[in-house]
Write a protein that binds this ligand. Sequence first.
Ligand SMILES: Nc1ncnc2c1ncn2[C@@H]1O[C@H](COP(=O)(O)OP(=O)(O)OP(=O)(O)O)[C@@H](O)[C@H]1O
Ligand SMILES: [Mg+2]
Length: 165
Amino acid sequence: MPPELLVVSNSPDRTRAVAAALAELCRPGDLLVLTGDLGAGKTAFCQGFGAALGVRSPITSPTFTLHHRYEGRLVMHHLDVYRIEQLDETVELGLEELFESGGVTLIEWGDTIRPALPAQYLELSLELGEGDDDRLIRIGSVGDSWADRMAALIEGLARRGVATC
Ligand SMILES: Nc1ncnc2c1ncn2[C@@H]1O[C@H](COP(=O)(O)OP(=O)(O)OP(=O)(O)O)[C@@H](O)[C@H]1O
Ligand SMILES: [Mg+2]
């Protein structure tokens, strides 16, 4: 199994389809770390993920509030740590409790607080492509919590018409 999957997205809907393929494989306690520039599509991804988890309320960017909580098949914690300047500010986020609470946690800009992250998570990096709507999405497992789900992920992406390489 490759350590990293690459997916090309050419629309917000395609990015949401990638998110849906991941949402169906999520387990209690999972963490997804989203990286990528401003406007890369991290929140768009989280919206697709939440919709696929069965969240009915609108999913909005938690840039100013840092943390939104939604009810779906699993509880979804949506964080954006862009405004965190120092690692010790992450204490207030109560990350450990979130990870142990049985929900699934998505952190936008999570790479900026890497020392505060657990040993196992899935990292999604979104890069802007040539066209306005083009994005390259890299999906990599940090630690092995996702290793046994990568084959199922490729299958779920293919079912949604999303090719991987
Ligand atoms: N292929 C694509 N995937 C995701 N979003 C796309 C794509 N093509 C265009 N977009 C648009 O790009 C924008 C992405 O905005 P979004 O808020 O999701 O980015 P972000 O990475 O969360 O930014 P920020 O760092 O400010 O939180 C949206 O307006 C979305 O419609
Ligand atoms: Mg965002």
